[in-house]
Design a protein around this ligand. Structure first.
Ligand SMILES: Nc1nc2c(c(=O)[nH]1)N[C@H]1C(S)=C(S)[C@@H](COP(=O)(O)OP(=O)(O)OC[C@H]3O[C@@H](n4cnc5c(=O)[nH]c(N)nc54)[C@H](O)[C@@H]3O)O[C@H]1N2
Ligand SMILES: Nc1nc2c(c(=O)[nH]1)N[C@H]1C(S)=C(S)[C@@H](COP(=O)(O)OP(=O)(O)OC[C@H]3O[C@@H](n4cnc5c(=O)[nH]c(N)nc54)[C@H](O)[C@@H]3O)O[C@H]1N2
Ligand SMILES: [Mo]
Length: 726
């Protein structure tokens, strides 16, 4: 007889910036449907992706068994093996590589699979540290530019007001921010909708007429990618010229404004940074720039809200530095309804969890010098033993002889579609082929999984328990196991435990999943108790009012200095001056770099590609879900005038290419993107044909494997588009 339907609540936490309650209905051990939060009060409701898990987790790409490679790397030919054989092989390759080349030859990498506490790379990091060490990388793919700007300017990355504080703003500027697509914290769009209903003016500065622009904005200001710093600096020029800046705020709370003023007025280099100077760079009319400067200056409190994409450009950190200076010039830091000009995280959610499986120090990094461009406050990421994420292919191909920290021979991947998500996939293919051994812990047969030597199938979040929090989440959550693991898949934690046994590490761990989760919860001062959290799924973090970053500093600077060397907001940074890197100046500057319109390469490849984050995927996750692709398919988004000039019509196949590679996908011809700019949302699955041309809409076949000088990941480059044969 069939079971009656049961409901188990859990949390969806797929690196979209949010975390939502799922009500999962099960009968006879199988999921029948997925609903969401229906509780009283503020809800955490799942989007279309969250509701589509049922189809995704059972897609035909799902891995069932451990496998070993039988064909060439990347060919995707595998044979089923047992867990014992797979783990024995991984352990013996680890030992062989460590004994032959030293532990730094093992590169452990993990990215944005879901963001839970236990089932991530942490157990593996602990294991490798105990075992002798490993190499890793630096440079957040998401927001290294914002981190840089924030560490330099404020001395901390916890610098954003909470999202509900948007209701206190008189003006909101979404600067390259599209929360209707990218979430950017739970309920941000809900607060924007309320602000709009209240009549708050909302402006969007973005090369695309985004979903957020359509839903919330009064005005759209299209801007050429990578040029925002010029516009911000010209706005600062207008504010100074017209005496609209808050001089007493600048005097009291900031250091070095005079130096910035000399630069913007042209005293430093003879070039006043006027709105018409910026117009020629940004494509934004001088009067629009002047208008926005006046409007911003007149509206206090105003929330200047950057996304992260304008910072994922060849000089991305300058964008974040400049936007923070503008916020300070308007006295918008540390007050309700303002914003420090930073979009990383608020400081109010002071998460508190028990420690577990401590990683300890990594022998490979012990005693390593700091990188030359490492900022104070950048912690372990500043170690010279780490290579930048954008340079990882060259580092594998060239090793120490090329000036990189190690000779990499083995890649251990957890929670990442690594090849697909790093710039310059064609070089990545060469690098992956050059390695001696690749292990991938995956749920699906992704582009990266096809390159593995050993493929370990991992359990979906609904197939295990975990605790979630951090990253701006307004609650502590419990991910309940809903069904048993798919075929032979195991959790990341179980895999680490089994490897530790084989590697003879006896002090790795003596607890099971539940005991560890209990330890995490018990160590928290905030969560009432394990059973209550598990049952209730969320424990809200209650604040008496919306959190405002730097409120303490603004109320009493003497008692609460900013955590910078000067104790103030650093518009001029001595730390940067001391680095003596011309491309990392001590004040924010607009400096032309590569693959913008002023690059000579623009003659050959005249279109600027952006690679925005897809609404109905999380990077490459959910790509293989027909329920979602029926709603939004992978296309190159191109302005009607650019399409017409190339004889391309809506729905035609188009070749998008540059010297690094080519992808063939359908064109979406629209007025919703400015002329000269095309968008291929990141995360299309790299699917090469016989000649290496991608048919899956993978943006990174085109991007350049280079970071900004401060370490920002770069998601924009130059391309050309042509109509493709059917
Ligand atoms: N649905 C969904 N949500 C996600 C993700 C996802 O994959 N899917 N990914 C999550 C992750 S890990 C991250 S890091 C964040 C990413 O968050 P963001 O980096 O903020 O997201 P993007 O979509 O890349 O860019 C936001 C907007 O910036 C615009 N833009 C691009 N280049 C420029 C520029 O040079 N100047 C200006 N002014 N605007 C520009 C784009 O057109 C886009 O509308 O999103 C998170 N949320
Ligand atoms: N051109 C361009 N490239 C970009 C970006 C861009 O804007 N433009 N954005 C960059 C950014 S901000 C980011 S954060 C990176 C993201 O880079 P990745 O995190 O590598 O991208 P995902 O597609 O999320 O891949 C995660 C993979 O982990 C697997 N996985 C394995 N185990 C688990 C598990 O237990 N749970 C889950 N959920 N998944 C698991 C998933 O199946 C999936 O294949 O991409 C970067 N790449
Ligand atoms: Mo990200």
């Amino acid at each position: 007889m069939a079971d009656t339907e049961k409901v188990i609540n859990t949390i969806c936490r797929n690196d979209c910036g949010g975390g939502c309650v799922l009500k999962v209905y099960i009968r006879d051990g199988a999921i029948t449907r997925i609903g969401t939060d229906e509780s009283e009060g503020l809800q955490y409701r799942a989007c279309a992706k969250g509701r589509a898990h049922r189809q995704w987790m059972h897609s035909s790409d799902r891995l069932k068994y451990p496998m070993k490679r039988t064909g060439e790397r990347g060919e995707g030919k595998f044979a089923r093996i047992s867990w014992d054989e797979a783990l024995d092989r991984v352990a013996s390759e680890m030992e062989r590589i460590k004994n032959t080349y030293g532990p730094s030859a093992i590169l452990l990498q993990s990215r944005g699979g879901d963001l839970s506490q236990l089932h991530r790379k942490k157990p593996m990091e602990r294991l490798l540290s105990l075992w002798g060490g490993y190499s890793t990388t630096w440079g957040f793919a998401s927001y290294e530019g914002a981190v840089f700007g924030s560490l330099v300017t404020y001395g901390t990355t916890f610098a954003a007001n909470d999202r509900d504080d948007l209701l206190n703003a008189r003006l909101i500027i979404m600067w390259g921010l599209d929360v209707a697509s990218t979430i950017h914290h739970n309920n941000t769009r809900f607060y924007l909708a309320q602000a709009r209903e209240k009549g708050t003016r909302i402006i969007s500065v973005d090369p695309k007429y985004t979903n957020s622009t359509a839903a919330f904005a009064d005005q759209w200001i299209p801007i050429r990618p990578g040029t925002d710093t010029a516009m911000l600096i010209a706005m600062a020029y207008v504010m100074v010229k017209e005496n609209l800046h808050d001089r007493s705020f600048l005097e009291k709370y900031t250091a070095g404004f005079e130096r910035f003023k000399e630069y913007i007025l042209g005293d430093e280099d003879g070039l006043p940074k006027t709105p018409s100077w910026a117009e020629s760079i940004t494509g934004v009319k001088a009067e629009t720039i002047t208008g926005l400067a006046r409007e911003y200056a007149a509206a206090r409190p105003a929330a200047l809200m950057p996304g992260w994409s304008a910072g994922r450009t060849p000089n991305g950190e300058q964008f974040h530095r400049a936007i923070m200076v503008l916020a300070a010039m308007n006295g918008n830091v540390g007050i309700h309804g303002g914003n420090s000009g930073i979009g990383v995280y608020g400081e109010t959610y002071n998460y508190n969890l028990g420690d577990f499986l401590p990683v300890g120090s990594n022998p490979v990094e012990r005693g390593a010098l700091r990188r030359k461009n490492a900022l104070s406050g950048s912690g372990e990421a500043g170690s010279s033993a780490r290579v930048h994420n954008c340079k990882v292919w060259d580092a594998i191909l060239e090793g120490k002889a090329g000036g990189y920290p190690a000779d990499y021979k083995m890649l251990y991947l957890i929670n990442s579609n690594y090849l697909n998500q790093h710039p310059n996939v064609n070089k990545g293919v060469k690098a992956l082929k050059a390695l001696e051994f690749i292990v991938t812990q995956e749920q699906f047969m992704t582009a990266t999984a096809r390159f593995a030597d050993i493929l370990l199938p991992t359990a979906y979040f609904m197939e295990r328990n975990d605790v979630v929090t951090g990253g701006g989440l307004p609650f502590y959550g419990f991910m309940n196991k809903v069904i048993k693991p798919y075929f032979e898949s195991r959790t990341h934690f179980e895999i680490a435990v089994a490897l530790a046994e084989r590697l003879g590490i006896t002090n790795f761990n003596d607890k099971n999943e539940e005991e560890l989760l209990k330890q995490i919860v018990a160590g928290s001062k905030d969560i009432p108790d394990y059973e209550t959290l598990k049952e209730g799924v969320i424990h809200r973090i209650k604040l008496s009012e919306p959190g405002v970053a730097f409120k303490k500093q603004i109320e009493d600077l003497g008692k609460n200095p900013f955590p910078t060397p000067s104790g103030k907001i650093e518009i001029y940074s001595q730390q940067l001056a001391d680095m003596q890197e011309p491309m990392i100046p001590p004040i924010p500057k607009y400096i032309e770099t590569w693959e913008g319109l002023s690059d000579p390469l623009a003659k050959k490849y005249p279109l600027q590609l952006i690679t925005s984050h897809p609404k109905l995927r999380v990077h490459s996750q959910f790509y293989n879900v027909p329920w979602l692709t029926e709603l939004e398919s992978q296309e190159v988004i191109i302005n009607a005038s650019d399409a017409r000039a190339r004889d391309i019509e809506d729905g035609d196949w188009a070749r998008v290419f540059n010297d690094r590679g080519e992808t063939v996908i359908r064109a979406r011809v629209t007025e919703r993107i400015m002329p000269g700019v095309v968008d291929i949302p990141e995360g299309g699955w790299y699917t090469p044909d016989q000649s290496g041309i991608d048919k899956g809409g993978c943006a990174n076949i085109l991007t350049r494997d280079e970071s900004s000088p401060g370490g920002a990941f770069v998601g924009t480059c130059l391309v050309e588009v042509r109509k493709a044969e059917e």
